[in-house]
Design a binder for this molecule. Structure first.
Ligand SMILES: [Zn+2]
Length: 315
């Protein structure tokens, strides 16, 4: 039996069900939620909204959410565990580091940082016993920087030591996924354990098919009403349909990258919902009907959120 750590303990990957592979309950910065809670407005109201979002998603068929907020993106594993308990939605928490690599880590070695990730996977996070089930890394428009490379190498070593998968944030217009893969290959990591995220911020099929040929999985994991970069959601659906028709539908996963509470976006963080009234059901309500119009079969659609996440996480 293959298992993955959820915030409430190990889960048989056969039980993951409909899985969103890149979402967030909170996106902020390290310590902000705990130190400056007033930035979030009414925290109790926020927690109710987060629970309501999860319950709505659950009632719409979502069984599992991979929450890719790391320490530097405002991770709060106690909150995730509380929400999972209240709503019945499985939540998988992340170790790793996003784009704000803490300066305190810049001059540490990959092995020193890998040991931190391994401890969060095998022992727990912040003394809670809640274990990470995925390793997050991030490189944006600037590509793989010196400190970003240290994190990638640490993630690869933690993945090799534990078997836990890696999920990346990329800047697809600059083909940053290729740079990440080069580092992972140099570390001798099995690329079948790597998910290159935000790959639908581009429509460049040569780039995307080239990544799949390397052996990685692709996260077509940004779907919202309006997107800050790249094509609109209709353009993203067309790219997805092209990839499925090119025969690589068994390597793709679909999610939203939508944060219930995005503190950096607005003075009223809960307004983020007004940008995306469908929340974590945007793909179910909008993208999948469009894919069917584009000639994608129901079986091919089901693979994106059920079969492929199960195979990627349990492999
Ligand atoms: Zn994200």
């Amino acid at each position: 039996m293959a298992t993955v750590n959820s915030v409430l303990g190990p889960l048989d990957t056969a039980d993951l069900g409909f899985t969103l592979t890149h979402e967030h309950v909170v996106t902020a910065s390290a310590g902000i939620l705990q130190t400056y809670p007033e930035l979030f407005g009414d925290l109790d109201r926020f927690k109710e909204q987060a629970a309501a979002t999860l319950i709505e998603a659950r009632d719409g068929g979502v069984r599992t959410s991979v929450d890719l907020s790391t320490l530097d993106l405002g991770r709060d594993v106690r909150l995730l565990a509380d929400l999972a308990r209240r709503t019945g939605v499985n939540i998988i928490a992340a170790t790793g580091i996003w784009r704000d690599v803490p300066r305190a880590l810049w001059n540490r070695t990959p092995d020193e940082i890998a040991a931190l990730f391994v401890r969060e996977i095998e022992v727990g996070i912040e003394g809670t016993g809640i274990k990470a089930g995925i390793i997050k890394v991030a490189n944006d428009a600037e590509g793989v920087t010196r400190e970003g490379e240290v994190i990638l190498r640490a993630a690869a070593r933690a993945a090799k030591a534990t078997g836990v998968r890696i999920s990346t944030h990329t800047y697809a217009p600059n083909r940053v996924g290729e740079q990440q893969i080069a580092v992972f290959e140099d570390e001798g990591l099995d690329l079948g354990r790597v998910y290159i995220g935000h790959s639908n911020d581009t429509t460049d099929l040569d780039y995307l098919l080239g990544l799949v040929r390397k052996g990685v999985w692709l996260g077509l994991d940004r779907h919202q009403t309006s997107m800050p970069i790249g094509p609109d959601w209709g353009g993203r659906a067309e790219t997805l349909a092209h990839l499925i028709k090119a025969g690589v539908g068994d390597r793709l996963m679909v999610s939203h990258d939508w944060s219930v509470l995005g503190v950096s976006r607005t003075s009223d963080p809960l307004l983020s919902r007004s940008y995306n009234p469908d929340g974590w059901l945007f793909a179910t309500r909008n993208v999948y009907p469009r894919l069917r119009e584009l000639g994608v079969s129901q079986q091919q659609i089901d693979a994106l959120n059920v079969d492929n996440p199960r195979r990627f996480l349990g492999g």
